[in-house]
Design a protein around this ligand. Structure first.
Ligand SMILES: [Zn+2]
Length: 1087
């Protein structure tokens, strides 16, 4: 006995694995099997054999089933539905292939359907309409249904079931607008000025029967293909995606693309995508920690490459499309900003407005932003920023019962340092943007962080890591939301704002389909970040806020402005528009102050008993100014048409303002019959200076009160040299430039020896691409000094009150500058004197940049610039790339370079661009970009600046001089001067108040019965709102005086005029104490 027995008992090895290899099998060459995928869904040579050929199983375009008639609206008008469908309009036959135009014209189509019997049972019938331009589908009785955007962007309209009855005719209207999403740029380059003669071909006007399974497979395959292409090759998920894609293609080929094989293909896809991607059920799985929060939006520029009138239609088209999509996709959420756009819809499209309102009520159409428009934040004044929020939030509250919590500015060109404080005071503690991803020098280091303003206030800021606000909801957008997230150590969640912008109409059904599949991948195989359609933007921020508040995470901080390292030309382009902005802001400031006084004076003691606070006109003016601060309007980056629109609107603003000024001056008893008697020497009284600023201004110096030392005088030394002098300065002017400026009080020279202050310089100005937007750092290399015309200098004023010399400088054959340098008599006391320059420019250049330079004898590594409600300091050197990036910055009414004991401020009346490099200060005057407005800034300009040297540090002298330089001294005759002066003493600060304090705005309460616009319920009682800020950056105390106005009670309030806390009031005033750079508003209840 031996081993034999054991052998018999051993288990038999019964594997079915073949003993012999049946055939050779090669390694799959990865890239070949990957490249193959494009055959299935691309428009190439295999299209007819691919899935694309199966998307539709029927198409009708004959006259029998779809009949087209058109009426051409005359003269580029944009008629309403009612006007367009008037019986007197002749509709003529039209057909596919016809051309329509020119640019900006409108054509109305009457489309009559009649479906064959077999189509009444088709699961999905769509109208495909593509004329390569924008359109709107209307019902026969005038209800807007949905927008259309040509060029394949959004061409399908789902034919409703009630249209599907056999052999009956149904009618819709289509309004065709002859512009694309981005207007009508010449030669296809988006930013080129519009081509007035563009024509559009109607390529598609077809009824199609959709193969819904094939369409679903198309999106399955799209996302699976992306997984095969974009997942890393060292992941199993990438390899599996590739296998599944190839399996699907093989199955499709084997089944010859039949209906049943397409269903089999979808079954294969489920192995990777899961079985829930055909509904919102896919979002119910793994609900914890979805980190990418997709939110629909359709960023509509309020004007840009098209005028406001087209924006109004874009809004109606886009938001109607979204209402339709919201009905079809339960998970879908859509956000829209800009109160102005809602107001337009309310006024012009009542049916679309009702539809939007009902969706807002349901919660899937969400209002966001809290501002009037998505405005520029560099240039509007502090009070303008306040009004953006006040008008915005009040609109949203009055129409939808809720204010916004998130300030939404995805596309604005840099963010001013006081925004966090103003947001908090306007009920918003969140801020969303992404524009800094466009920086062309430094990569901004955070995605989610606390952004801190000058006064220490903070908001949670999130910058979408997908780095766009109009994502296509691609696989890559989802994956970049993690791979480009820079704050993952603190919080990994992010927003993914998706949807076509600017008339593209926002999210498409395809984007929602893709997102479902991206989530399917995350559920089934992982690796792709888990995406969900956000419940709301607020929900995203709520979670963030909660984690931060509960100490689960400590967000990093960013103090000060979010400087945008691009688009620096926007501080200067379209000078006239910027000048209008400044002038309108100042005018509103003056009118509101005086109108407040006129309505609170004791029983209208000065006459004008019937005077009412002109709320309606003030609202008109403010809404116009706020509209023009839109982020492509005020910055100067829109087409010429837009500036014709804004010029017209500003003209109305100034006309209304002039009338309001006349009215209020009369209501205060100025220029009444009694006052006019003064002229005849019969009455008492005098010329009284209107005191609209937060301090009492000195009237113009008259020689009667000026010592010989202080009088202004001028002497001509030679043909090209003059010396201007007063008690403070000796100014040597040679050929229009200041070659010497001696400060007598400080006993110091202000201009470095041999250098020239007030020198006009010109630069070649060709940025890399965005002409109107950008000035690029290399422009500085082309600096050229402009020389005065020899012998052109002459004394134009030679009085004891003021002396002035004028010089003409020729820029080119067509362009010139006439500058007048003037010096007033100095005042013996504390007053400051300044050298003023008025420039008249005739400007016809191409891609040039005009500036004026001020070399100084001052040394500092930082310069100061006025910004909204404060001062921002920026480097004067280029140490780091972050410093160097600020080679051109934004300033408001002044910029200042100071060293210990001495400084120099440059004031301006309408400019915003500035640079300080070393000891040279440079004010930017005019640019000459040729796109998108071919005529930007061509023509005549007036501008002023002033040179204000000061002994000691930068202080309230500069702050006040900046304001005074912008507010004209207006005097009017009054019969009872003491009485009106006392009234104008109301709401000014007591003498002993902190010097940094400024009373900026005085206005009536929004909800006062006698001053309300009726948007919100008015309340009893008369209130005055007084806005005070600390302008110099230090805690400051003071007393706001009431003058003759009797105040019963006072509260500190926010910008929306909600009460925060009671303030202390005594018989003559109110004590205030502000933090450094705090903006404090007070609501005073009058007795
Ligand atoms: Zn924009």
């Amino acid at each position: 006995m031996g081993g034999d027995t054991n052998r018999a008992l051993a288990p038999t090895f019964s594997s079915t694995y073949p003993i012999h290899a049946p055939r050779p099998m090669g390694k799959q060459i990865h890239h070949i099997y990957r490249d193959r995928l494009s055959q299935f869904t691309n428009n190439g040579q295999y299209k007819q054999q691919s899935l694309l050929a199966r998307l539709y199983d029927g198409r009708l375009d004959s006259d029998k089933h779809i009949k087209l008639e058109v009426w051409h609206a005359p003269d580029l008008t944009r008629p309403t539905f009612k006007e367009a469908t008037s019986k007197k309009n002749e509709y003529v036959k039209a057909k596919k292939g016809d051309w329509f135009g020119p640019s900006w014209s409108t054509h109305w189509f009457r489309v009559t359907f009649s479906l064959p019997y077999e189509w009444t049972y088709k699961p999905c019938v769509e109208l495909h309409w593509d004329a390569n331009n924008e359109g709107m589908v209307w019902t026969e009785d005038g209800k807007p249904l949905q927008g259309l955007t040509g060029g394949g962007e959004r061409v399908e309209w789902v034919v409703p079931l009630e249209f599907r009855d056999y052999d009956k005719e149904h009618v819709i209207y289509i309004e065709m607008a002859c512009n694309g999403m981005f207007g009508n740029p010449q030669g296809g380059d988006t930013i080129q000025p519009p081509d007035p003669n563009r024509y559009f071909r109607l390529d598609q006007a077809d009824l199609v029967s959709v193969n819904l399974d094939a369409r679903a497979l198309y999106y399955d395959f799209w996302i699976l293909g992306d997984a095969a292409r974009e997942f890393p090759e060292d992941s199993w998920q990438e390899h599996q995606a590739l296998q599944i894609c190839n399996e699907i293609m093989d199955c499709f080929i084997a089944g010859e693309g039949s209906r049943s094989c397409i269903q089999d293909c979808r079954e294969i896809a489920k192995k990777y995508l899961g079985s829930d991607v055909d509904s919102d059920k896919v979002y119910e799985k793994n609900t914890e920690h979805a980190i990418v929060n997709a939110i629909g939006n359709c960023h509509i520029d309020t004007c840009w490459l098209w005028p406001w009138a087209e924006t109004q239609r874009k809004i109606a088209r886009s938001w109607s499309s979204q209402c339709d999509l919201l009905d079809r996709y339960p998970e879908h959420r859509f956000v829209a900003s800009q109160a102005q756009q809602f107001k337009w819809l309310e006024q012009l499209y009542p049916d679309a407005w009702d539809r939007v309102k009902s969706h807002v009520k349901k919660g899937n159409f969400q209002t966001i932003g809290g501002s009037w428009v998505e405005h520029d934040t560099n240039m509007p004044s502090g009070e303008s920023l306040v009004r953006q929020f006040l008008y915005g939030q009040r609109f949203f509250e009055s129409r939808f019962g809720e204010r916004c919590k998130t300030f939404w500015l995805p596309d604005t060109f840099g963010y001013s340092t006081q925004l966090p404080q103003l947001c908090r005071l306007a009920g918003m503690n969140r801020f969303f943007t992404q524009k800094l991803s466009w920086n062309n020098i430094n990569n901004f280091p955070h995605t989610t962080f606390n952004w801190v303003s000058l006064d220490g206030s903070q908001v949670i800021c999130h910058m979408a890591p997908c780095e766009t606000y109009t994502a296509e909801a691609h696989f890559g957008d989802v994956s970049r939301s993690v791979s480009q997230h820079k704050s993952m150590d603190q919080d990994s969640t992010s927003l993914l704002p998706f949807g076509k912008g600017d008339g593209g109409g926002g999210p498409t059904f395809g984007m929602l389909e893709k997102l479902r599949r991206c989530r399917g991948i995350a559920n089934e195989v992982g690796l792709l970040p888990k995406v969900k359609v956000a419940e709301s933007t607020e929900d995203f921020f709520d979670r963030l806020e909660k984690r931060s508040a509960e100490g689960e995470t400590d967000l990093v901080t960013w103090y000060g402005e979010l400087y945008f390292e691009l688009h620096r030309g926007t501080y200067t382009t379209q000078a006239n528009n910027k000048r209008n902005n400044r002038k309108a802001e100042i005018l509103l400031h003056e009118i509101e102050y005086l109108a407040t006084l006129a309505t609170v004076q004791k029983e209208n003691a000065m006459g004008g008993g019937s005077y009412k606070y002109p709320k309606k006109d003030l609202d008109f003016m403010w809404e116009a100014v706020l509209l023009c601060q839109f982020h492509d309007c005020l910055p100067g980056s829109a087409i010429e048409m837009c500036y014709r629109d804004s010029d017209e609107l500003y003209a109305k603003v100034f006309k209304t303002g002039a009338k309001l000024m006349d009215d209020v001056v009369a209501a205060m008893g100025f220029e009444d019959e009694k006052a006019k008697m003064i002229d005849q020497g019969n009455g008492e009284g005098e010329n009284v200076l209107l005191q609209t600023l937060g301090w009492t201004r000195q009237p113009a110096i008259t020689t009667a009160f000026v010592s010989a030392r202080d009088t202004a005088r001028v002497r001509q030394i030679s043909e090209d040299v003059c010396v201007l002098e007063n008690g403070d300065f000796e100014v040597e002017v040679k050929d229009g430039v200041i070659t010497r400026l001696f400060d007598k009080k400080a006993k110091r020279e202000v201009v470095p020896k041999g250098q020239k202050m007030n020198q006009l310089v010109i630069f070649d100005d060709k940025p890399l691409y965005w002409q109107a937007w950008d000035v690029e750092v290399f422009h500085l290399r082309s600096r050229k000094e402009l020389k005065a015309e020899s012998g052109s200098m002459r004394i134009v004023s030679d009085g004891a009150e003021k002396v002035a010399v004028e010089t003409k400088t020729v820029i080119s054959e067509k362009s010139w500058v006439k500058t007048t340098i003037s010096l007033n008599a100095s005042s013996a006391g504390e007053g400051v004197s300044q050298i003023e320059v008025h420039a008249e420019v005739e400007w016809h250049e191409t891609m040039k940049f005009l500036k004026v330079e001020f070399p100084t004898t001052i040394t500092n590594t930082e310069a100061s610039y006025e910004t909204q409600f404060g001062i921002i300091r920026r480097p004067t050197h280029y140490n780091t790339t972050w410093d160097m990036a600020k080679f051109e910055v934004c300033c408001h009414k002044w910029a200042d370079l100071s060293e210990h004991g001495y400084g120099l401020s440059i004031l301006n009346d309408s400019k915003y661009g500035f640079a300080t490099a070393g000891n040279v200060m440079r004010l930017s005057l005019l640019r000459a970009p040729k796109a998108p407005d071919a005529h930007a800034d061509m023509g005549h300009h007036q501008m002023k600046w002033a040179i204000l040297p000061h002994v000691g540090a930068l202080d309230e002298r500069t702050v006040r001089a900046g304001m005074e330089f912008n507010v004209e001294k207006r005097t009017h005759k009054h019969a009872e001067p003491e009485m009106v002066k006392s009234l104008m003493g109301a709401f000014k600060l007591a003498e002993d108040s902190g010097k940094g304090l400024v009373v900026d705005t005085v206005k009536r309460g929004e909800d006062d019965e006698d001053a309300s616009n009726g948007d919100m319920p008015a309340k009893k009682g008369r209130h005055v709102i007084v806005r005070v800020y600390d302008s110099l950056g230090g805690m400051a105390r003071g007393t706001v005086l009431f003058g003759p106005v009797e105040v019963q009670k006072a509260w500190k309030c926010n910008l929306l005029e909600d009460i925060i806390e009671e303030a202390e009031v005594s018989s003559d005033g109110m004590e205030v104490e502000l933090r450094a750079f705090e903006v404090a508003s007070y609501k005073l209840l009058l007795a």
